[in-house]
Design a protein around this ligand. Sequence first.
Ligand SMILES: [Zn+2]
Length: 398
Amino acid sequence: MWRAVRFIVIAALLLVLAWWIGGLPGDVTAVSGPYRVETSVPAALLILVLIALLLTALLRVLGGVRRAPGGVLAWRGGRRQRLGEIATQRGLVALAAGDAAAARAEAGRARKCLGDTPLVLLLTAESARLAGMAEQAQEAFRQLAQHKDMGFLGHHGLLRHSLAVQDHEAARDHVVAAERAYPGSAWLQEQKKALAVRQQDWGTALALTRNPAEIAAFATAAASASTTPQNALAYAKKAVKASPGLAPAVVAYAAALRQVGKPRAAKKALAVGWKAAPHPLIAAAYLDPLATPLERAQAASELAAVRPNHPESELVLGETALAARLTGEARRHAEAALATHADDGRATDILARLEGKLAHAGSDAGWVCESCQTRCVDWAPICPHCQRLGTLVWRAQQ
Ligand SMILES: [Zn+2]
C-alpha cells in the first residue's frame, strides 16, 4: 500500500520536474578554444546527469579494483586454514595408529598453517609424547593448559606425565587444576586414586573406590599402617566386610582385635575367615599366641573342624601333629592332604620329614596377580609388577 503511494508520489514529482525542465527558457553555450557548443537548457541538464552517472559507475569499478588484493589474501587465508585442518586430521589419525614420526610431521605442518590453536597444541603435545620427547610434550601441554575451553586437556597431559615420573607434588597440583577445569570427571577420580595409592594415602584411596577388591586391599593396608589400635580395627573390619576370604584382611582384623584386648573375638574372626577361605596365614595367626606344640595341635583341631577335609585343614593338622611328635596323626593328615590332589609340596614335605629326610620341596602355593599372573611371596595391596590395585589372590597350585 505505502509502496504504491510512494511510487505514485515520486512519479508525479519526476513528471513535474521534467515538465519544468522542458519549459526552461534560454540556451547554454560552451566555448573551448576554436570549439563552440550551443544547446538548450534541458539538453544541457540531461548531459550533466549522464556525466554524473558515468562518473559514479567509473568510481564503483575503481573501488572494486582497489578491494581486489584483499580478496586474494582472504582466498589464500582460507586455503591455509584448509591445509592446516587437513594436517590436523592426518596427525590425529597418525597418533591413533601409533606413528610418532608422521604425527610429528603433521603437527609441524598444522602449526605452520594455523599457529598455536588448542587443537594444534594437543596434536603437538601428544605426538611429542608418543615420540618420547617428554620436554616438548610438557611445553605444549603447559600452553594448552592456559586455554579457556581446552585447559583440561593440558592438565590431563601434565598429570599423566607427573604420575608416570612419580612426581607426586606436581601431580597433586595438576589434579586440583584439572578438577577446576572439569569438575566431576570420572577419569580424574581414577587418577586421584592412583596418586593416593602411590603416596600410600590409604584413607583417601578408600574414599575414591567402590570396588570390593580395592576396598579390601586398601583397608587392609590402612589397618597395617594405622597408628592407633582403634583405627586399625575400623579399617580391618571394613576390609573383612568387603572381602571375607582375603586372608591378610582376616589376619589384620584378628590382630587389631587382640590389640584392643579382645582375644576371643580375634579367635572367632579367624575361624570365620577360615570358613570363608582356609589359608596358611590364618592358621599361623590362630596358633601364634600358643606356646607349646601340644597346645598348638589342639588349637589346629579346633580350626580344622570349621572346614573338615579341606586340604589346608589337613595340612595344619599334619604340621602341628608333626611338631608335637604325634607321628601317626601327622602321617594320616599328610596322606589325606595328598589324597585331595591339591598338594603343593607341603604334604610330601611332612611325609619326608616323618622319615627323617630333610626334603624341603617348598610350597607351590602363593599370591598371584589376577591381572598379569605375576607370582609374589607376600601379599600387597598393589601388584608390584603391573601396579593394578587389589589383584593379588591366593593360589594353592600354580
Ligand atoms: Zn599384576
